[in-house]
Design a protein around this ligand. Structure first.
Ligand code: PAF
Length: 281
């Protein structure tokens, strides 16, 4: 596995690969890799001749009171995991390279960034769209792979790729879960043993909504109320939102008559967790 830290070097490498007619698949990450990321690598490898993974904790997607400083960083373990799963090029830029001195250019996707996570994380998706656009321009992949756990992010990036004419196939990969259903996330490392047990109730609540939906219930309010009952069993879980939205536009629905998504965000003490499941009529 080749490790490249400079933008210029990455650009030269991409030019060389393009000249050789190689197809590139890209897995952008913020490191602290887990099986969920490595599953993205498996999918990337099925899409192209070479897989590039970026490790970059992107400062612009964290709010001033968020966890940028304490976000888990373990580059040596990440390097070993990426290499063992077959990543060909690991791109590890410094913030000063991605955001050159005087940087003032941002990418904003308007409608899809209005609700859900944006309510508590204003500016988050502006940071995500900006860094992903910059990484796309540097790496020039043919395909880019993202986890469905960050479903709003996936929809925003898909929209951005269409709107800005990136010739890139955006691939979403189903969430990888722990044995008790907890969606894998780098932030799970913050959980105390007790909170870790309670965290399984996020998926349990979503499964309850899915179960009632599969029995024929089409009213979001009923699904939401049933799922919230499950979350209330654990007093330490503080619900930020639980919404049933259209799977593409992420708009709230009156009735579920087309593919939808049950999405939630919950706080467990200092840790914020998100999850979602599909509801397909
Ligand atoms: O999902 C993530 O890890 C990040 O939001 C991403 C897409 C790598 C952008 O920093």
């Amino acid at each position: 596995m080749e490790i490249i830290s400079s933008v210029r070097h990455m650009q030269e490498k991409v030019l060389e690969l393009k000249r050789q007619g190689k197809r590139i698949a890209f897995v952008p990450t913020m490191g602290a890799l887990h099986e969920g990321h490595l599953r993205l690598v498996d999918v990337a490898k099925s899409k192209a001749d070479l897989t590039v993974m970026s490790l970059f904790v992107n400062p612009t997607q964290f709010g001033p009171r968020e966890d940028f400083a304490k976000y888990p960083r373990d580059p040596e373990t990440d390097r070993k995991l990426a290499e063992s799963r077959g990543v060909d090029i690991l791109f590890t830029p410094e913030a000063g390279e991605i955001y050159p001195p005087g940087h003032q250019t941002f990418v904003v996707v308007t409608e899809l960034t209005r609700g859900l996570c944006s309510a508590s994380r204003p500016g988050h998706f502006r940071g995500v769209a900006t860094v992903v656009a910059a990484l796309f321009l540097i790496v020039q992949p043919d395909a880019a792979v993202f986890g469905e756990k960050d479903y709003q992010q996936l929809q925003i990036i898909s929209r951005m790729a269409v709107d800005l004419h990136f010739p890139i196939e955006i691939v979403g990969v189903p969430t990888v879960r722990e044995a008790d259903g907890l969606a894998m996330s780098s932030r799970n490392r913050y959980l105390s043993p007790e909170d870790r047990k309670d965290a399984a109730f996020l998926h349990r609540a979503l499964l309850r909504a899915q179960e009632i939906f599969q029995k024929g219930e089409r009213k979001p309010a009923v699904l939401q109320a049933e799922a919230e009952k499950i979350l209330r069993e654990k007093p330490n879980l503080r619900l930020e939102y639980l919404e049933i939205v259209d799977a593409q536009s992420l708009q709230a629905l009156e009735r579920i008559e087309r593919p939808a998504r049950a999405m939630l965000a919950v706080h467990l003490h200092e840790t914020r967790l998100i999850d979602n499941v599909p509801l397909i009529p």
